[in-house]
Design a protein around this ligand. Structure first.
Ligand code: ZN
Length: 292
């Protein structure tokens, strides 16, 4: 099942993608929650209701007539992983980490899969990172690796947009990874039953049609299940938490010469079995100045 959050006729709600249309769950299964976090929280029962509603092919809206939103509008946590592909580590010149490198992207950086993201006023060192992301479906803690599949609601695509000078000038990467709009994700959450093996998916990123990243999730150093085990050793994971698993080589800062994003660039990321997200770069608009 492909689970989406979308806006149609000024109302934001969730649905299931079926070919080129969306089964509107607020109509097809009105007892279900209309936002993704509450829906995921309702667990397997809600999943089954959504699944049979989708099969009945009732209350569909063409995909082309909706505005796709970030599948989880404001994830409780976005826990991203650094340096998790060998080829990316090589291009950074850093050492392979002994433990997963975890950093937060702020919840508010979550951004729709097709909307432009900002070239910040504060920097011209804007970069992309195509990544497979895990979406958590259950409250969980101390999840052993071999049970991690039980708490994964599905998989999605994230562009871990990075402001390189802000990221690298202090020891914690948080601020350079968390500018507003800098976590485009989607276009939907694909449930695990549709993904044969999350650790064998082609991942590609293009900038203006030029292929920049071309890898496969089989090259992850710490795989999805290990990451769930590791993170949940320390804290509770919650429905709607998003875990971008890291990026392969081919980011702008790794190219020779370096190539950062400029206004008008278009970044497209595709992951096998999931789909693709495509976001243009726009200069941060004047309206972002807001006090009170
Ligand atoms: Zn990343």
């Amino acid at each position: 099942m492909k689970l989406v959050t979308f806006t149609h006729q000024a109302e934001t709600r969730i649905g299931v993608v079926k070919e080129e249309s969306i089964v509107d769950l607020s109509k097809a299964a009105p007892d279900l929650a209309t936002n993704m976090i509450d829906f995921l929280q309702a667990g397997e029962t809600a999943m089954e209701i959504a699944r049979s509603a989708a099969e009945s092919s009732y209350a569909t809206i063409p995909l082309s007539s909706v505005h796709l939103k970030s599948p989880v509008l404001r994830p409780p946590k976005i826990l991203a992983i650094g340096l998790n592909y060998k080829d990316h580590i090589a291009e950074t010149g850093l050492k392979t980490p002994e433990y997963p490198i975890i950093f937060n992207k702020q919840s508010m950086s979550a951004h729709p899969p097709q909307d432009p993201f900002h070239l910040p006023k504060a920097s011209d060192k804007l970069d992309y990172e195509g990544e497979l992301a895990i979406v958590i479906g259950r409250y969980c803690r101390h999840v052993p690796r071999d049970r991690a599949w039980e708490v994964i609601a599905g998989y999605t695509i994230v562009n871990d947009v990075s402001v390189r000078d802000w990221q690298l000038r202090t020891q914690t990467m948080t601020i350079g990874k968390s500018f507003d709009t800098h976590c485009p994700m989607g276009p939907w959450i694909v449930t695990p039953d549709e993904i044969d093996d999350p650790h064998n998916l082609d991942l590609k990123t293009w900038v203006n049609g030029e292929l920049r990243q071309n890898s496969n999730t089989k090259h992850l150093i710490f795989d999805c299940f290990e990451l769930v085990e590791h993170l949940s050793t320390a804290f509770t994971l919650e429905p709607g938490d998003v875990i971008p698993t890291g990026t392969p080589s081919g980011v702008g800062i790794g190219l020779k010469p370096r190539r950062f994003l400029v206004e008008g660039d278009v970044v497209r990321i595709a992951i096998e079995g999931i789909g693709e997200i495509e976001n243009a770069v726009v200069s941060e608009p004047a309206e972002t100045v807001r006090i009170g």
